[in-house]
Design a protein around this ligand. Structure first.
Ligand code: SF4
Length: 335
């Protein structure tokens, strides 16, 4: 790509809610570059949307929040560059997100993308080779500026043409946080999440449930990922899972997910809700009822007719509650 002096002094900065991306923005603002923030959200939980919003406010920049979309699920299912410690496809994830950032950059007439990545900070995605791969595969060659480590990396186009002063960028590397903490103090930046917070895909329990989902469902939806964050999950067959709420908030959330292919069973007494995902015949429904009753305190089990709402319709159990609770539950795997 040929250098041009007509590059607008405007960039898109990916904000994660963490300190590094906040500092990257701050370094741009100090050079008089106009910054548009971009936060890419995973509805099943990642990074820190609230912190990203607070951080943008503190820095005084506008923030666009976009969902990663259903196509992101293909990235989780089949990452070209593999997984990290859990089901986190970090290199592919960044390529995917940076492609979105590139489109957004073009749409709003910005000329480059800024991130808070630091060379050597993360073993999977922030070594020199993956940083270069992410840049080329996202189509952002020469247009992806990492201000915290810029002096250790090849100059980018905005540095070459002089709209960004490379001498004022940094040479941070590795996992130490001292430099960043000092910079935050000097600049009065307070709105950022801790580095430990973060991506559900790196969590072992969540990763196991994600593996199970992808092993049994050829076309999972974002909604199925969101459900992995709610309740206790029981695999009862290749196409069916039962989710039991652990508290009233989760019961209401499960009820909110009822839909075609998602049957919600709510007791009319004080007990947890169940959501059956996938195939649900009377056999699966009986099993879900049995699990509800087993997760209900004994003193709350009704003596008389046992009534439920099944996707909003009243349904009465033909047996006594105690009998149904004691029914055998073979082939049931707790995830
Ligand atoms: S930790 Fe999660 S959000 Fe961050 S790059 Fe990896 S997969 Fe993507």
């Amino acid at each position: 790509m040929e250098p041009t002096n007509a590059m607008p002094r405007k960039c898109v900065a990916l904000l994660s809610g963490g300190l590094d991306s906040a500092l990257a923005v701050s370094l741009m603002l100090e050079q008089g570059i106009e910054v548009q923030g971009l936060y890419l959200s995973m509805s099943w939980g990642c990074c820190a949307k609230d912190k990203a919003t607070a951080c943008a406010q503190e820095l005084g920049i506008p923030l666009m929040v976009l969902g990663v979309g259903e196509a992101y699920l293909d990235v989780i299912r089949n990452p070209k560059y593999g997984y990290g410690s859990g089901m986190n496809p970090c290199v592919d994830c960044r390529i995917y997100m940076f492609r979105i950032a590139k489109h957004y950059m073009e749409e709003i007439g910005a000329s480059f993308v800024v991130t808070g990545e630091v060379l050597g900070q993360r073993p999977m995605s922030q070594r020199r080779t993956p940083l270069a791969t992410i840049e080329s595969d996202s189509g952002l060659e020469g247009l992806l500026l990492r201000p915290l480590s810029a002096q250790l990396l090849e100059p980018t186009l905005p540095e070459i043409v002089g709209i960004v002063d490379r001498a004022k960028l940094l040479r941070a590397a590795g996992r130490s946080r001292h430099l960043q903490m000092d910079m935050a103090k000097e600049r009065g930046i307070t709105q950022f999440s801790t580095p430990a917070g973060g991506c559900q895909l790196t969590d072992e329990g969540f990763a196991n449930k994600t593996r199970d989902l992808f092993a049994h469902d050829l076309r999972p939806r974002t909604k199925d990922m969101e459900l992995l964050t709610i309740g206790r999950h029981f695999r009862i067959g290749p196409r069916t899972k039962i989710i039991i709420g652990r508290n009233e908030t989760e019961n209401l959330m499960l009820e909110g997910h009822r839909d075609d292919g998602y049957r919600c069973i709510r007791p009319k007494f004080a007990g947890p809700a169940a959501l059956v995902t996938g195939d649900c015949s009377s056999q699966e429904q009986d099993l879900a009822v049995s699990l509800i009753l087993r997760h209900t305190k004994e003193e709350k089990l009704p003596e008389g007719p046992v009534e439920f709402w099944v996707n909003g319709e009243t349904w009465t159990l033909a047996r006594r509650a105690q009998e149904a609770a004691a029914a055998p539950t073979q082939d049931l795997v707790k995830l």
